[in-house]
Design a binder for this molecule. Structure first.
Ligand code: ADP
Length: 373
């Protein structure tokens, strides 16, 4: 049952006329993925065949929804219907900026263009296991080995890369109608967090997520990258499945913690990538142990489970990372541990090298071997 607020928002959107059919936006089927949360946050997609030319319509719809009493924020995104391939940028609500993002000179084909010789997803079946920490540090380790590396924060539900990279508040420059990545620690980075208020991002649903992630990849001038790491949203639901199906991935790395319950998640994660024919390059076990003051290891969450699960699922085990205060501090201060010379930096160097080997062995021949020095 839709809530009374949702009904009111629907009515307000339907009062906005679709210029193409002269019917209301809802009646004409132009509104998709409407989310109306109890706290008054609203998100929806307006399907368009004409791209940015529909920007006034998007704005009118956003304003109409914002005027409904009880609505606190509105995020409306223009997205192409499958037949036209035209796309536009994620449009954002009042607190978000910039209001307009660049349009590509030519509307890109519906498939995402390849921004790098190899594209690797860093994924986890649930949040809080250190996926973003691993993605950031792996990318830095790869860059330190001499590769040109990009890092895309596609975790629209909780974009944390700007905090971890020390780039909070930065906005991508626009040159020749393309967004320039924000450079940090030798990485070309892009995050939904640079473009929208993260509080608004949480109301996004499948079609909006895909549209926004496509845009972040296609409308960014990545330059000539050897490898692009993508920090994907945690979970194995519909949104994640669509993302991994549509992104041109050469492989995926699954991050897990050692508990039994987490291992069931690993199985689900491997299953999701298998379904979409994306090679699983391997599993990384994070927070594997805690080193006690006397040097002994405390296996707080159990021992060796991720390795056993990887073996059971016939995917490589890439390695384990301990609980290290350097990793948490690096994430909080915007100077990731992999930039330094600690044992964590060395661990990530080894992991990046293991990923290189796994990529070279992956069945997708489109990804040439990446040589880590
Ligand atoms: P996710 O992306 O899976 O949600 P994060 O990378 O944001 O997880 O990590 C969650 C928290 O745990 C962060 O505060 C991060 O600094 C911390 N963390 C992650 N891995 C480790 C580790 N190996 N040792 C210590 N802290 C860690």
């Amino acid at each position: 049952m839709p809530s009374p607020l949702e009904n009111q928002v629907r009515a307000a959107l339907d009062a906005v006329k679709d210029p193409a059919t002269a019917k209301g936006l809802v009646a004409s089927g132009r509104v998709a993925g409407l989310v109306v949360r109890a706290d008054g946050k609203v998100g929806f997609v307006i399907e368009t065949g004409v791209g940015a030319a529909d920007e006034p319509l998007r704005k009118a719809a956003e304003d109409a929804a914002a005027r409904v009493p009880g609505v606190t924020a509105v995020t409306a995104v223009l997205t192409a219907d499958a037949t036209t391939g035209a796309r536009t940028v994620p449009a954002t609500g009042p607190a978000a900026k910039p209001a307009t993002l660049p349009q590509p000179a030519q509307p890109p084909a519906s498939a995402v263009t390849r921004p790098a010789r190899a594209i690797v997803a860093v994924a986890s079946a649930k949040g809080g296991v250190g996926k973003s920490t691993v993605a950031v540090n792996l990318a830095i380790a790869a860059a330190r080995s001499g590769l040109r590396v990009g890092l895309l924060d596609a975790d629209v539900f909780g974009p944390s890369l700007p905090t971890m990279l020390g780039t909070v508040g930065q906005r991508p420059e626009v040159k020749n109608k393309r967004m320039q990545p924000v450079m940090a620690h030798g990485l070309a980075t892009m995050s939904i967090g640079y473009l929208v208020d993260p509080d608004q991002a949480v109301v996004w649903r499948g079609p909006m997520v895909m549209s926004a992630v496509n845009q972040l990849i296609s409308d960014t001038d990545w330059g000539d990258l050897d490898i692009l790491f993508i920090d994907t949203p945690p979970g194995t639901g519909e949104v994640q499945l669509t993302l991994v199906q549509k992104l041109p991935l050469d492989g995926a790395v699954i991050v897990s913690t050692p508990q039994e319950v987490a291992l069931a998640d690993v199985r689900r994660g491997v299953g999701m990538f298998r379904k979409t024919q994306v090679p699983v390059l391997g599993v990384i076990e994070n927070m594997a142990w805690f080193e006690q003051p006397d040097g002994s290891r405390a296996y707080i969450f159990g021992q060796g489970g991720a390795e056993r699960t990887a073996a059971e699922q016939k995917v490589p085990f890439l390695g384990a990372l301990p609980i290290l205060s350097a990793l948490r501090e690096g994430g909080d201060t915007g100077v990731p541990a992999a930039t330094g010379t600690s044992s964590a930096a060395e661990a990530f160097r080894l992991l990046a090298s293991a990923i290189n080997e796994a990529l070279a062995a992956a069945p997708n021949k489109a990804a040439p071997k990446i040589v880590f020095e």
